[in-house]
Design a protein around this ligand. Structure first.
Ligand code: M6R
Length: 623
């Protein structure tokens, strides 16, 4: 899960590479490096352990020559510790004329390395990637043509990889190969780009091509050729990136996460735009790959995702079962894939992923497709592998999410899940199996349309959540409780604290409390409770109030997140963070926001890096 960028063209290559790496740094930040071919035809490389700023300092100390071709890498270490030596690029051949960057894992590197060692090759790093650099350099020395040598070697590699290569003796071309790891081409005018995702080059061009599985790219300033690993020329479709370049910069905010929390009214509104008519009816044109007949035949939905995206699935499950009466099973992608699950052609797989590159989710969907199931994805990144491999895609229009901790992607995913639930209910009705009166569906649609404005109201009222976050900087543990759609939000609140503040945090179903977790409660234990609406038809509110009383009686410090007008909760909780009233089923889009702000403040108060928490990368592109 590293970030890669490549460029060939008239601009300052270093600026293009460093700009791209800055926007890809979320993919990994253990070390970074660049190689360029200077006008004299020699390769120059700088690399440094640590964040991108360390590399920039190194380049300031040892400047690079102006160049018009180069590659750059930001690393999340797999093979080999995050040291200067293990940072990419890696040089290949006895004269180090080739430079290579790699994202992924070369599974058969040990046997390939043994082959090279037997010939006397000297290695400068402990990485699997350096093996590929030496193999390509060796092959090039034999055949004299870089694309030929490159194709021959990538065919020998097993595992997951995106590899970019430049060579002193063919200084006008960047070669790239993709297997099970992302790669996108950016098309310019007299210049071309490569990136792990479009964020790498969106500042320069919005014209892009997504590279397919087992394909090679031969990139020059004035031409782009794509071939399969077997040498057949392919003509992939071009698409236009709808991300705004400025959306991938902090724009005056203290962190990307702070900015992305603030982006949420727009992210939710944009995800609804064009899909929810002003009369509340749902229109999902992108579902062309799935017919009404397909919908009618679905007897079960399995939602697969990881981390925060899996909580979006948990929320969507309530809505789909309630509105469309289709049984929904939510599965962590990695658990689903490797337990021989039951999937039939009447199962609809809904895969949810911000990046669309999470390997666990890709493997789960590939497995399901092999069993004959249709795959619908909810994805935020155009051209992503998941989107390419799905029968239909609902794009969340959250814009680029750079902070490792997911915020606006989640609220956009929940929004897309609500649209899907309403659309499925409509589809059921059209197939003669109505599950809910048409007028009620329309009413729900109209309520959903009001949610973006309510998200703005939540953002205007975050002072208390922020203050509590600061005050609790020394907390050793925070628990979260929720019920119904509040349960996944409790889990998400806990995940945000774990990943950002490195403290023990757990989310529980409030009803589960008495079955064990209540033993954790002692004097002063902070517990954040997501309180359901007083108006909800399932009468969950009194049950959660009882839960609050139970933990209060045992010394818990209770902070409630409740809807405006809930005057009862104030009698029991030490603090109440109010959010606007909405349908209970839509409430997660609102109640999660104070939890995001709480975690952000607590982490900041501890002096931690909220955008790049330790040990994490944004896209987990290995299993
Ligand atoms: O790109 P994806 O949505 O597939 O990523 C899934 C998870 O890795 C991601 O949501 C992760 O849990 C976030 N860092 C949580 O904030």
């Amino acid at each position: 899960m590293c970030g890669i960028v490549g460029y060939v063209g008239p601009k300052s290559t270093l600026e293009v590479l460093l700009g791209g790496l800055r926007r890809l740094e979320y993919r990994g930040y253990d070390s970074a490096g660049v190689s360029v071919i200077a006008p004299g035809g020699h390769l120059e490389t700088r690399k440094k352990a640590g964040k991108l700023d360390n590399l920039i300092a190194e380049i300031q100390a040892n400047p690079l020559e102006q160049a018009h071709i180069g590659i750059g890498h930001t690393r999340w270490a797999t093979h080999g510790a995050p040291t200067d030596g293990n940072a990419h690029p890696h040089l290949g051949g006895p004269e180090s004329k080739l430079s290579l960057i790699h994202n992924g894992i070369i599974e058969n590197f040990a046997e390939l390395k043994a082959e090279l060692l037997a010939e006397g090759t000297r290695f400068a790093s402990q990485t699997d990637s350096e093996v590929a650099a030496h193999l390509i350099a060796r092959e090039f020395a034999k055949v004299g043509d870089l694309p030929t040598a490159f194709a021959k070697v990538v065919n020998r590699l097993h595992g997951a990889f995106t590899i970019l290569v430049i060579h002193e003796e063919q200084p006008d071309v960047v070669l790239a190969a993709r297997r099970n790891a992302p790669l996108v081409i950016g098309l310019g005018d007299g210049e071309n780009f490569l990136g792990s995702d479009v964020a790498a080059f969106v500042e320069h061009t919005k014209r892009a091509i997504s590279v397919g599985q087992d394909e090679i790219v031969i990139l020059r300033a004035d031409s782009v050729e794509v071939r399969t690993f077997n040498g057949e020329v392919v003509h992939p479709d071009e698409f236009t990136v709808d991300w705004d370049a400025s959306a991938a910069s902090k724009g005056g905010w203290s962190s990307f996460m702070a900015k992305e929390i603030a982006d949420q009214p727009q992210a939710v509104a944009d995800t609804l735009m064009g899909r929810l008519e002003s009369d509340g009816s749902v229109k999902l044109d992108e579902m062309d790959g799935l017919s009404i007949a397909d919908i009618g035949a679905i007897d079960r939905i399995v939602m697969v995702a990881c981390g925060t995206a899996s909580y979006a699935c948990d929320v969507a499950k309530y809505a789909i079962e309630k509105f469309a009466r289709i049984p929904v099973q939510v599965e962590l992608s990695h658990e689903f894939r490797y337990r021989d699950p039951i999937v039939t052609p009447n199962t609809l797989i809904v895969a949810v992923s911000q990046s669309g590159e999470t390997m666990d989710t890709l493997m789960a969907t590939r497995f399901a497709k092999e069993q004959g199931a249709k795959v619908l994805s909810i994805c935020n990144t155009q051209g992503a592998t998941l989107a390419r491999e799905s029968d239909a895609v609902i794009y969340t229009h959250a814009g680029p999410e750079v902070a490792v901790a997911s915020t606006k992607a989640l609220t956009a995913q929940i929004t897309a899940g609500m649209l899907l639930a309403l659309w499925l209910a409509n589809g059921r009705a059209a197939a003669g199996r109505a599950t809910i009166p048409a007028a009620e569906l329309q009413r729900l649609g109209l309520e959903l349309l009001k949610v973006p404005a309510k998200v703005s109201e939540v953002l205007d009222g975050l002072d208390l959540a922020r203050k509590l976050g600061k005050d609790m900087a020394n907390a050793k543990s925070v628990l979260f409780l929720g019920r119904n759609v509040g349960f996944p939000i409790a889990m998400e609140g806990a995940l945000k604290l774990k990943e950002l503040a490195y403290i023990h945090a757990e989310g529980f179903a409030a009803g589960e409390l008495k079955h064990g977790p209540i033993a954790l409660i002692e004097e002063g234990q902070p517990v954040i409770v997501i309180v359901p609406s007083l108006r909800d038809e399932e009468s969950l509110h009194p049950k959660v109030i009882s839960n609050i009383q139970e933990i209060k009686a045992r010394g818990a410090r209770v902070i409630a997140v409740a809807e405006e007008g809930d005057h009862q909760v104030a009698d029991y909780a030490e603090h109440v963070i109010f959010v606007p009233q909405t349908e209970n089923i839509f409430s997660p889009i609102l109640t999660v926001i104070p939890l995001q702000a709480f975690a952000l403040e607590l982490s900041t108060a501890k002096g931690l890096d909220v955008d790049q928490p330790r040990n994490l990368a944004k896209s987990v592109t290995v299993e």
